[in-house]
Design a protein around this ligand. Structure first.
Ligand SMILES: Nc1ncnc2c1ncn2[C@@H]1O[C@H](COP(=O)(O)OP(=O)(O)OP(=O)(O)O)[C@@H](O)[C@H]1O
Length: 223
């Protein structure tokens, strides 16, 4: 589904502090599977996710999504592709304080022009599925870390993306909540969704839910 070939990413290219965060990545990520990237801090995991999700462009090499080379598409196509095909959950969740849970979940659907009623129905359905059915009207900052993580997941799914991308999704969660996250992964995957995430957390990476663990170190894949 997603193919990475000869992928390299430099920061500060051409300057004295030039740094190659990714240095030759070749990988095929299968549709409908859960893939985890595991590696030490600074190994390039987040950088890799930003390239997979078309949030950044590679310095060299290419990213192919469903047979189409997407890494060189103009920005306006990428914006559309990101919105339609990818849902993102970031480490700090990036929820908007002062807005309700429901408003946060509905936010990424605003630019799509979908009728508000449809979006709201889907948001309520997702909150129900994520066991937050009664919390929709509460301000997001009143929720616990685990609840906020589930809001972030609901928000990532509002546009029904084929691929869910998550960066260290359990970094702020205790063991009980991390186990719940594994359960959630299984539920999402049972619905056919492709999930790609990074994690240091053995509790998640070594769980039976993950189909493939890809090791990364110093910007290269481990054999
Ligand atoms: N915008 C940037 N400018 C310069 N260097 C960067 C930038 N973003 C990342 N890097 C460097 O690239 C390397 C890889 O960073 P990345 O965030 O991908 O690592 P990571 O494996 O996700 O780490 P962690 O597990 O700590 O989140 C690091 O050494 C980092 O300092």
């Amino acid at each position: 589904m997603i193919a990475l070939s000869g992928l390299r990413k430099a920061f500060n290219q051409g300057r004295p502090n030039e740094f190659w965060a990714l240095d030759g990545i070749d990988l095929v990520i299968e549709a409908g599977k859960i893939t985890a990237f595991r590696g030490p801090s600074g190994s390039g995991k987040t950088t890799l996710l930003t390239l997979v999700g078309c949030l950044a462009r590679p310095t060299a090499g290419r990213v192919t999504f469903k047979g189409e080379v997407v890494s060189s598409l103009p920005e306006r196509f990428l914006t559309d592709l990101r919105r339609r095909s990818f849902g993102f959950v970031f480490q700090q969740f990036h929820l908007i304080r002062g807005l309700s849970v429901l408003q946060n979940v509905m936010l990424p659907a605003v630019p799509t022009g979908r009728p508000r009623r449809d979006v709201q129905d889907r948001a309520l359905g997702l909150l129900e599925q994520l066991r937050l059915g009664r919390r929709g009207q509460e301000r997001v900052e009143w929720l616990s870390a685990g609840e906020q993580q589930r809001v972030a997941i609901a928000r990532a799914l509002i546009n029904d993306p084929e691929v869910l991308i998550a960066d260290e999704p359990t970094a702020n969660l205790d063991s009980v909540l991390s186990r719940q996250f594994v359960g959630l992964l299984e539920e999402l995957n049972a619905g056919g969704r492709t999930v790609i995430f990074t994690s240091h957390d053995p509790l998640v990476v070594e769980s039976g839910a993950v189909h493939r663990v890809v090791g990364i170190r110093d910007g290269r894949l481990e054999p």
